[in-house]
Ligand binder design. Structure first.
Ligand code: MD3
Ligand code: FE
Length: 200
């Protein structure tokens, strides 16, 4: 297998509400900001982070930083409930639990998207990535090295885990679909990715 797991309905509405509350709390301390490509083009999503390391992108490149780009404050800690969900997610896929030192929180408003890319900013490029989604449905595209694309509809409560070979594959969010009901009252989608950034 390629190490790609999509688990529909991995977590239920009460936990989805709990993740929404976590996103609100993190955003109050570390507001959502819009990154840019190195050429200055804004990305079609906003993001924030919790944990010792936070992903950020601007004219200086794609990297993990210890401080919020505009407030200059350290990122808030990763809530225990989120770390426990990551453990549960890895166990459910038969993977070893890992030390998580970043949670990237992506917010997609209606009409936003994420172009095809490979996640290679992490020092440890083999550690799995655990992804939890709430809010609107999204079309996710995964492309294998032969160029073959597979499309997945990712819904509120779904888990995606990237490990093994597919960890290094191109992927993106093609579109956010109008979704009712949607616990994100603005009609958007929030994706949490839990990562091990630093190698041991
Ligand atoms: C497949 N986010 O933040 S998460 C990202 O739903 C990102 O917001 C998407 O891609 C989102 O970088 C997808 C699931 C995911 C994460 C990493 C991957 C899928 C992946 C790395 C390689 C292949
Ligand atoms: Fe990615």
């Amino acid at each position: 297998m390629n190490g790609f797991f999509h688990v529909p309905a991995f977590f239920q509405p009460p936990e989805q509400e709990a993740l929404l509350e976590i996103a609100r709390t993190v955003c109050a301390a570390a507001p959502l900001r819009r990154p840019t490509l190195t050429n200055g083009t804004p990305l079609k999503l906003t993001l924030t982070n919790c944990g010792p390391w936070g992903w950020w992108a601007d004219k200086d490149g794609y990297r993990y930083v210890e401080r919020h780009p505009t407030s200059g404050k350290a990122w808030p800690g990763i809530p225990g409930a989120l770390l426990r969900l990551a453990d549960r997610a890895l166990e459910s896929c038969g993977l070893e639990v890992m030390r998580v030192d970043n949670c990237l929180i992506n917010h997609y408003a209606e009409g936003e998207s994420l172009g095809m890319h490979i996640d290679r900013t992490e020092q440890d490029k083999r550690a799995p990535i655990v992804s939890l989604s709430i809010g609107a449905d999204a079309e996710f595209i995964l492309q294998d090295p032969d160029g073959a694309k597979t499309s997945y509809i990712i819904r509120s409560g779904d888990l995606v885990v990237q490990s093994g070979r597919s960890r290094g594959w191109l992927h993106g969010i093609k579109r956010i679909m109008p979704t009712m009901p949607n616990i994100c009252k603005d009609g958007g989608r929030i994706n949490f990715t839990l990562r091990k950034v630093l190698a041991d």
